[in-house]
Design a protein around this ligand. Structure first.
Ligand code: HEM
Ligand code: HEM
Length: 173
């Protein structure tokens, strides 16, 4: 096998799109909270988009175990770093939605959602550990994705070894 299977490729790129949407929605939500105008719908939509990321990550592991993945491109230290970054990305793809859910369970957001009353929503998340973890995971995600993207660009434009085609729907001949 020289390429990832179609369904793994589709989930990889859909995850990128969902992460961009979840990040935007999360940032908008945090600003609204600061201004005291957060809505229940804002929490629900952000949670659903973020939750879909977790669902896709679980699906991805199932597809990986069924379809297998192509062998690493090489054994150089940089190739090992790239594999390490992939595992760190997977870790963040679990911890980010999990910490999001934990914010809802361990802050007043849960009670506000259950009561259907936006006036119960918290104005601050001081002392909510899960909120700190969620913020740290967002930062970790951004750093890891930038490193991952730079690696892909290096393969594409400097090494010109066709690595991008492994994560593409176009069949290699
Ligand atoms: C996996 C994709 C996700 C991304 C990229 C993401 C991103 C973000 C971002 C950027 C913030 C703003 C952080 C801040 O500056 O305070 C945020 C806040 C938040 N997220 Fe997520 N999130 C994700 C998943 C989830 C999930 C699955 C849930 C819940 C089930 C969730 C619940 C929350 C809550 C409750 C907040 C606090 C909002 C506030 O400060 O008012 N997130 N998220
Ligand atoms: C513009 C952004 C992106 C580009 C250009 C890109 C490109 C690639 C490429 C070419 C591969 C195959 C690497 C190989 O065959 O060794 C790959 C794998 C991977 N990508 Fe991305 N990617 C991007 C965004 C993301 C995002 C946002 C995530 C998740 C947060 C992600 C997570 C992964 C993971 C975990 C793998 C390893 C797959 C496995 O072996 O299970 N990528 N990416």
């Amino acid at each position: 096998m020289t390429q990832y299977t179609k369904r793994i490729v589709i989930v990889h790129w859909l995850t990128l799109a969902l992460l961009v949407a979840a990040w935007f929605l999360g940032d908008t939500l945090a600003e609204a909270t600061d201004d005291g105008r957060a809505t229940l719908a804002g929490y629900i939509v952000h949670s659903l988009v973020g939750g879909t990321v977790l669902l896709f990550t679980l699906l991805r592991f199932y597809f990986r175990s069924k379809d297998g993945i192509p062998a690493p491109v090489g054994q150089s230290p940089m190739d090992k770093v790239a594999t390490g970054v992939h595992y760190l990305l997977y870790t963040v793809l679990f911890l980010l939605p999990a910490s999001g859910l934990a914010i809802i369970l361990t802050s007043k957001v849960g009670a506000a959602l259950l009561a259907g009353d936006a006036t119960l929503l918290p104005r601050k998340f001081h002392g909510v550990f899960a909120h700190e973890v969620h913020e740290m995971m967002v930062t970790a995600l951004i750093v890891l994705v930038v490193v991952h993207m730079l690696g892909a660009l290096k393969h594409q434009f400097i090494m010109k070894d066709g690595l991008m085609s492994r994560m593409s729907l176009r069949k290699k001949d």
